[in-house]
Write a protein of this length. Structure first.
Length: 705
DNA sequence: CGAAGAGTAGTTTTT
DNA sequence: CTACTCTTCG
């Protein structure tokens, strides 16, 4: 290893971190325990590559899983190196890189560059169409199965071969039609964003050479969360040169249900025999008691590389374990303790986080916090882009970009209502299927038949010509007949606008919104309050789109594709209100808080034990169960290691579940933390409260009696 | 065709 | 309890 003496590497790295940064002789695997400074290692390493090793920024690629992580890494890097030096650097999510790849290489895959990206709701819809059932659980199971196959790089043929149970065989059948449907719609799903680039890189030597010459150094964050497909992508991108750094922590692998496999850690050591393995065990986040509990807990798992976290941040206060009567009492109790703790610790609201296993637990908590006027923000949960009004507007944009996008067509055509309903769509759908046309194309053609009454056909034609008009104003993309637009008169307001010249996304958006009467429709259909809220969201979306288009100089089409990958979390990226954080355990990964409240730590919830698998052999199920418990344990581990100074765990003796109250046991994980007598007495929740807070608490208790 | 009403099923985690 | 689906009526 060449340790040049003159380099400007900052000294604030420990020996192991330094080793991880400096190792450039070959592949490098950094096992970074929670809070061990892994982001620092990655950013320092990028800075080192750029400044000391003459890597051109455009040849360095860093991949993360979330947009938030990518953003943070970008910010941190910019604090280290001059902006000019970092120009052209890629720090993005796997999915964003995949999107960029697909945009450039789409034609190799039989896709037009304006392909649509379907989200989970869209794809569930396809599955539903293809299966004659409304059983939602079943539909989701099939959707999930298809996704797992895709992530394992199995095509429909291969899936059919590996499927054994009747349920899997049916899923394989659906998979085949599903793939056909996507192609017909010129659409890809989330999994395709990674799968298709991988497949193309495998099959096409020229493309592979080109991309390998672009990527000279690759860094991968959260490596333990990669799936089989992502691992292949990594291998194909780095090629024989094998210059890369993977950073991960097998104890924090919590995405197996999504196809992630820690096998990839083992594969790395097998496929690259010269890989350097570096462990980061010093933790810069938590006090020792918290780390001891975390180490104890995770000791119950079998893992590849055992680590022991340590810190020099002092022993810290004892961990609190509090049993509660039920989930309602738990929420109220937490709310009161938050109030008290903020006062006693002279802390801010933002210093506290309440973490839970599943989203629905947030409801009671929200209510309790609101009652005590405690400000809070929720991360995880429903995305901004899942809201109906947002999907409505985006459907128009998707359709403008890609008129093969049938789900977008249906949504846009029927919202707001414009005389196109079930019967019209059914007839149109049938006709489109017969003629092998998209719904959009079929709307033009169906006039030549007598399948639809003139009235309904008129409604359709008005709609599609409207969309077509907008298409002509986007930059030469879309479904633009070269001979112009026969029979379509440009409305007066557009007189003088040449259809061949592209309009700015901002102008098209304004025109769209003005034309569809969306606001008016909202107020007609809904009560004043929700209508106002929804319209507010629409305006927010439009502002966001315009800003994004402006900043990154994106066309409307690029914008639409980009939007599919972004979630609500990044929307409010710049405001960080002083508020308590409510978050699922999954969404909390990578974050840290001075004081953490881990709620609902009960058998059945954490570890969460779903319904027993219907098919699969007995011993298979048993093993699967053991693996699931281990993943749940890691989830608990992630939760514990979010805490810097204090950790509070609570569980409920009873919990309202669906209809009736069920009796709960404390989670086995509490025992496994090995606290023994080193547990703080559950503090009197009433202590430290103002008389007024006490009163309101009593009132609440009575109200819920 | 579309809106309003009644009935019913539902609970894991997310790019 | 609520969010969504299916049904019925104008």
């Amino acid at each position: 290893m060449s340790l040049s003496q003159g380099h400007t590497l900052p000294a604030d790295l420990n020996a192991m971190q330094r080793q991880a940064v400096l190792h450039l002789d070959g592949p490098c695997l950094v096992l970074a325990g929670a809070g061990s400074g892994k982001t620092r290692v990655i950013t320092q390493k990028i800075a080192y590559l750029l400044r000391e090793c003459d890597y051109a920024a455009r040849n360095v690629v860093a991949l993360t899983f979330t947009n938030k992580a990518a953003r943070e890494m970008n910010v941190r890097l910019r604090q280290l190196v001059d902006g000019r030096l970092a120009k052209g650097l890629t720090i993005s999510t796997f999915h964003s890189l995949g999107l960029r790849f697909l945009r450039e290489e789409a034609t190799h895959l039989g896709l037009k560059p304006q392909f649509s990206i379907l989200d989970a709701t869209d794809t569930l819809g396809i599955v539903q169409e293809l299966m004659a059932t409304t059983d939602k659980a079943r539909l989701r199971a099939v959707q999930q199965t298809i996704s797992l196959w895709k992530n394992s790089l199995l095509d429909p043929d291969a899936a059919e071969r590996v499927a054994t149970t009747p349920s899997d065989l049916e899923a394989a059948r659906v998979y085949r039609s599903y793939a056909d449907t996507l192609l017909a719609w010129q659409a890809v799903d989330f999994d395709d964003l990674i799968r298709l680039p991988t497949v193309l890189l495998q099959q096409n030597d020229e493309v592979r050479r080109r991309w390998q010459s672009r990527v000279h150094y690759l860094l991968v964050d959260e490596y333990q969360d990669t799936n089989a497909c992502q691992y292949q992508l990594l291998r194909l991108l780095v090629g024989d040169r094998a210059m890369f750094t993977a950073v991960g922590d097998d104890d924090q692998a919590i995405y197996a249900w999504r196809g992630a496999t820690v096998d990839n850690l083992m594969k790395l050591t097998r496929d690259y025999s010269d890989v350097a393995v570096i462990k980061l065990e010093q933790n810069y986040r938590s006090v020792q008691r918290i780390l001891a509990a975390a180490n104890q807990l995770i000791g119950h798992n079998t893992n590849l590389f055992s680590k022991k976290l340590w810190s020099d941040l002092g022993v810290g206060e004892a961990i609190q374990i509090t049993p509660m009567e039920n989930d309602l009492a738990e929420a109220e109790n937490i709310a009161m303790r938050l109030s008290a703790a903020r006062f006693e610790r002279r802390a801010e609201w933002r210093d506290f986080a309440v973490l839970y296993r599943s989203n629905h637990q947030a409801r009671v908590l929200e209510q309790a916090l609101r009652n005590l006027r405690i400000p809070y923000v929720i991360s995880g949960g429903q995305s901004f882009f899942d809201k109906a009004e947002i999907r409505d507007i985006l459907a128009y944009l998707r359709l403008i970009a890609n008129d093969n996008d049938d789900p977008a067509f249906i949504r846009a055509a029927t919202t707001p209502r414009r005389g196109i309903g079930q019967t019209t769509l059914k007839a149109l759908g049938l006709f489109a299927q017969e003629q092998q046309l998209s719904l959009f194309e079929a709307a033009f053609e169906i006039g030549k038949t007598s399948l639809l009454p003139a009235r309904q056909h008129d409604s359709l034609l008005t709609f599609v010509t409207f969309i077509q008009r907008l298409q002509t104003r986007t930059a030469g993309h879309g479904h633009v007949p070269s001979e112009g637009l026969p029979g379509i008169a440009m409305p007066g307001e557009f007189a003088g606008v040449d259809g061949a010249v592209s309009d700015s996304p901002a102008r098209i958006l304004d025109d769209l919104l003005g034309s569809i009467r969306y606001e008016a429709w909202l107020y007609e259909t809904l009560d004043e309050k929700p209508a106002q809220k929804r319209w507010q969201n629409v305006l927010e979306l439009v502002e966001w789109l315009k800003r994004k288009a402006d900043e990154d100089e994106l066309t409307l089409l690029e914008l639409v594709q980009h939007v599919a990958l972004v979630t609500m979390l990044e929307r409010n990226e710049d405001d960080d209100p002083d508020a308590v954080r409510l978050s699922t355990l999954h969404a909390s990964k990578g974050l840290e808080y001075p004081h953490v409240y881990l709620v609902g730590v009960e058998e059945g919830l954490l570890p969460h034990l779903g319904h027993d698998e219907e098919d699969a052999g007995v011993e298979d199920t048993e093993q699967a169960l053991a693996l699931r418990i281990q993943e749940e344990r890691r989830l608990m581990y992630v939760g514990i290691t979010r805490a810097r100074r204090s950790l509070h765990i609570s569980w409920c003796r009873r919990r309202r579940r669906a209809r009736e109250d069920v009796v709960c046991q404390p989670s086995r994980f509490i025992e496994e933390m090995g606290l023994g007598a080193d547990v703080a007495e559950p503090d009197d929740a009433h202590a430290g409260l103002s008389p007024r807070a006490r009163l309101s608490m009593l009132k609440d208790l009575l109200a819920h009696k």
